[in-house]
Unconditional design. Sequence first.
Length: 192
Amino acid sequence: MKYKIYAGVAAVVPFADLIPRYLGREEIRQVFGINNRSRFMAWWTGKKDELKEYLENFDIEIDKDSLKTSAFKSTFKLRAPAIASNVNAGTSVLLRPAATVGIAGVSMSDDILRGVSGGVTNTVRGLSIPLIAAGVVLTAAMCACSAVSNGKQMYNYLNRLCDDIILISEPIAMKIMDDNNDTCEIFLIRNE
């Protein structure tokens, strides 16, 4: 709830509502034990997260497209299909005439703007107070919308993170069972 409120207040500044969303995701990762500390503090101190270090010991490969969040992307080896990229730069023959037309348009628009500027100035002065009032109302609506949207985003992220945890639990459980079987076989061979 606190991140919904923070996002609503931060929405006054464009794109500032993304900061509470990021901090909320970091807290979700810490609650699940995926991260011990925020990514910034991990980078600052140079310490790795305990769970991720433990999971790296299993040496498991996971499909790149299977993970739905970035929480485990650097922990496992990712398999990705090889796709050849085909990039076409386009032709420069069209650029010269377009530049000439643009320069001519700018010079004519400058003369037109000088002639129209007097009437526009008076119109803007007359509309300024209603536009400011509309801006205040729209800002309040955007803040409320941002708070609701942030709550939905956090819930969505929680679901995607749980999907990733379920996805990685199967290969890890299989690896643990295989290692346990290997250990049992070695023990039985030595005791025979």
